[in-house]
Design a protein around this ligand. Structure first.
Ligand code: 13P
Ligand code: SF4
Length: 301
């Protein structure tokens, strides 16, 4: 079967939008209606009239789409697409911290469970964490779960006291500083290094620019350099190479398995049978919606 042709046919027949993150397989990014970083993908769902959203990314992203558009049917083509970081923090851990720091506001990275979002004052993504934390009406902030993003923002906002958790992304955390140093030496610093804020501190300190996937892609367009080392998941290369054919990109072949598990066949089945719908309790949706709406407001202040 020619899945690509069948998917294009199904898209025409049904009132459906395919959303994809920059980390998913190239052939899925090619077929998607909207491709972007977590922030862009959380906002775009709100603007669509499609009754069905097929979310090619990981679980928390599809859940965000459902929380922000509860009347829509949101499908996750492969249920194994679970972000590792989400599992590293529980609602109990966060409530425990809240009991120790009762005056602190809870800001949760979107890479967290809906349970955690439901007890958060606001959510954030890597592209808007700085604005959300800067603009939230509190000096003390419990930031959950990513210690690397939290630590990165703490350095930029010394006036805030950010209480960190122990979560991390095993894909970014394990990027080896030595490999980055080898590149620097080999290219005699004639290479621009871009890193995701989920990278560990040592790797971040060796980088020229730190930002979300979407911010990295934008940065390349504004930067005069010709050659780049990209320190995030390999899938971003698809957009970078398409958008900037005259520039040269190097990577360390970093793979996020949950992002790669969705195949074109899964996407086809999801469109055809409308299976793997995201179902969340209504009361949970309402509470988590509040935190996501606060994110959208604080991010744009
Ligand atoms: P972005 O918000 O940069 O797209 O990041 C999502 C993510 O999961 C990074 O690992
Ligand atoms: Fe989660 Fe890390 Fe994969 Fe991003 S790269 S989806 S944080 S496991």
């Amino acid at each position: 079967m020619n899945y690509k042709e069948e998917i294009i046919k199904l898209k025409k027949e049904k009132n459906v939008a395919i959303l994809a993150h920059y980390y998913v397989r190239d052939e899925i990014q090619e077929l998607a209606d909207y491709v972007g970083d977590s922030y862009y993908l959380s906002k775009i769902g709100l603007k669509l009239d499609s009754e069905i959203i097929v979310f090619c990314g990981v679980n928390f992203m599809a859940e965000c789409a459902k929380i922000l558009s509860p009347h829509k049917k949101v499908l996750l083509p492969n249920t194994k697409a679970e972000c590792h970081m989400v599992k590293l923090a529980s609602k109990e851990d966060v409530l425990d911290l809240k009991s120790k720091y009762p005056n602190a506001k809870i800001v949760s990275y979107v890479n967290s469970s809906t349970d955690i979002k439901a007890i958060s004052d606001a959510c954030c993504t890597s592209s808007n964490a700085y604005n959300v934390i800067k603009n939230i009406d509190a000096q003390e902030i419990i930031f959950v779960p990513d210690k690397n993003l939290g630590n990165y923002i703490q350095k930029k906002l010394p006036e805030k006291n950010i209480i960190l958790c122990n979560g991390f992304c095993c894909v970014h955390e394990n990027i080896d500083a030595k490999s980055v140093l080898n590149y620097k030496e080999k290219y005699n610093s004639k290479i621009t290094i871009l890193a995701h804020p989920e990278c560990n501190e040592e790797v971040r300190s060796l980088s020229d620019f730190i930002g979300s996937t979407g911010q990295m892609i934008e940065y390349v367009g504004k930067c005069n350099s010709k050659e780049f080392l990209i320190l995030t998941e390999e899938g971003i290369m698809y957009e970078l190479k398409n958008r900037y054919p005259d520039k040269i990109f190097h990577s360390l072949n970093i793979i996020c398995e949950p992002m790669k598990c969705t195949t074109i066949e899964d996407l086809y089945n999801s469109l055809l049978y409308e299976k793997n719908e995201i179902i969340l309790e209504e009361s949970l949706i309402k509470k988590a919606n509040n935190a996501l709406i606060n994110m959208l407001e604080l991010a744009s202040k």
